[in-house]
Design a protein around this ligand. Structure first.
Ligand code: NAP
Ligand code: ZN
Length: 371
């Protein structure tokens, strides 16, 4: 994640281009403003660029954190902010050097739109950790100046290196969330070697969590969901969970002490992770993908008893994101989505805060045409 000072230094060095066009979008003017209709500027595709008409864009809880400037210490929000990094659409135009896509193709864009391509991280396929990575929104826009604008818009222009292929069998509204929720849950499971027969926990059945359940189930794991919402029990089983635990029930939690190979924590708010560390077996790992604004307290005993580890993971690199999309294509996995018009985005944010999402909102971008 870049820091604010670094961003501003980079903004000053931006290379500006003159050829641009107007696009429709939904934008937040401040941390306390609702999102509303706006007109923005996009660059015309340059040699390596792909221009995409956005058909669907998922709503990630990160969009809400960022719009409301909840991550001000790590990544302060620059306004106006146009979020959205779970993008699927159709290619409308390509630059002369583009070989991967042609007009009419389906295409997808996730959380990254650029990186330096030359550092050790990029060379190893970890573009998400490149110190010059450019996020899809709220990162320095080296083409137009200012910051990048995300997918709550009718189009986007992205270098072909950051454009992904969508398997043709997948429903597009449900495929959009794979670009963040899918890769964010796939990558750590892949890294920690989640496989058939392992006991895997998923904490928080929201957008990320429900993708974690589907992916762990497809990998053959015994999946246990931890939820604070008793009403999600049936859904958790339908999504692929073998067991469901109401995390506020200490007795139910205690029955699983020392038994998990891997736990994925996808909670967006402050919570007690020690309760989950205690459920890991010897050498088990808990990976945080949730990004609550407030630091979490970690008991040393939860870690030293059993040589357990606590780690984090952020999205995935480009090759791994394509690998995840292809895996989801083969396994016929998409997000369970509630498709909404963009005019309902503010309502959707309020519902996210109440854990009332089944299990990802996907914006039908055709609704932006009437704005
Ligand atoms: P989401 O759809 O809102 O789901 C979050 C879930 O967390 C809720 O549905 C709820 O599940 C649980 N939860 C919420 N408040 C809670 C509380 N106070 N105590 C315990 N559980 C609570 O959010 P999301 O889009 O999946 O994102 C989850 C987090 O991951 C966010 O912080 C987001 O910014 C972060 N994120 C990180 C990455 C990365 O690369 N690491 C990528 C994307 C998103 P139950 O109802 O089942 O309890
Ligand atoms: Zn996201």
């Amino acid at each position: 994640m870049h820091n604010g000072a670094f961003c501003i230094a980079r903004l000053a060095k931006s290379v500006y281009i003159s050829s641009m066009y107007k696009a429709k979008a939904y934008s937040a003017a401040s941390a306390t403003s609702p999102l509303s209709s706006a007109t923005i500027t996009r660059r015309d595709p340059t040699e390596q660029d792909v221009q995409i008409e956005i058909l669907y864009c998922g709503i990630c809880h990160s969009d809400l954190h960022q719009v409301r400037n909840e991550w001000k210490e790590a990544m302060p929000t620059v306004y106006p902010c146009i979020p959205g990094h779970e993008i699927v659409g159709r290619v409308t135009k390509v630059g002369s050097g583009v070989t991967k896509f042609k007009a009419g193709d389906l295409a997808a864009v996730g959380c990254l739109v650029d990186s330096d391509g030359t550092c050790a991280q990029c060379k190893a396929g970890f573009e998400q950790f490149c110190s010059n990575a450019i996020y899809t929104y709220n990162a320095p826009d080296k083409h137009l100046g200012g910051v990048t604008y995300g997918g709550y818009s009718d189009s986007i222009v992205v270098n072909q290196r950051f454009v992904l292929r969508v398997p043709s069998n997948l429903n597009l509204a449900g495929a959009a969330p794979l670009l963040c929720a899918g890769i964010t849950t796939y990558s750590p499971m892949h890294h920690h070697g989640v496989t058939k027969g392992q006991k895997v926990g998923v904490v928080g059945l929201g957008g990320l969590g429900h993708m974690g359940v589907k992916i762990a189930h497809a990998l053959g794991a015994h999946v246990v969901v931890f939820t604070t919402s008793a009403g999600k029990k049936e859904d958790a089983r339908r999504l692929g969970a073998d067991e469901v635990i109401i995390s506020r029930n200490a007795d139910e939690m205690q029955k699983h002490a020392g038994s998990f190979d891997f736990i994925l924590d996808a909670v967006s708010a402050d919570h007690d992770i020690n309760a989950y560390l205690n459920l890991l077996r010897r050498d088990g790992n808990l990976t945080m993908v949730g990004a609550p604004a407030k630091p979490l307290a970690v008991s040393a005993f939860g870690l030293i008893m059993g040589r357990r580890s606590l780690s984090g993971s952020m999205i995935g690199g480009l090759a791994e994101t394509q690998e995840m999309l292809d895996f989801c294509g083969r396994s016929n996995i998409t997000a369970d989505v509630e498709v909404i018009p963009i005019q309902k985005v503010n309502e959707a944010y309020e519902r996210l805060l109440k854990s009332d999402v089944k299990y990802r909102f996907s914006i039908d971008m055709a609704s932006l045409k009437s704005e």
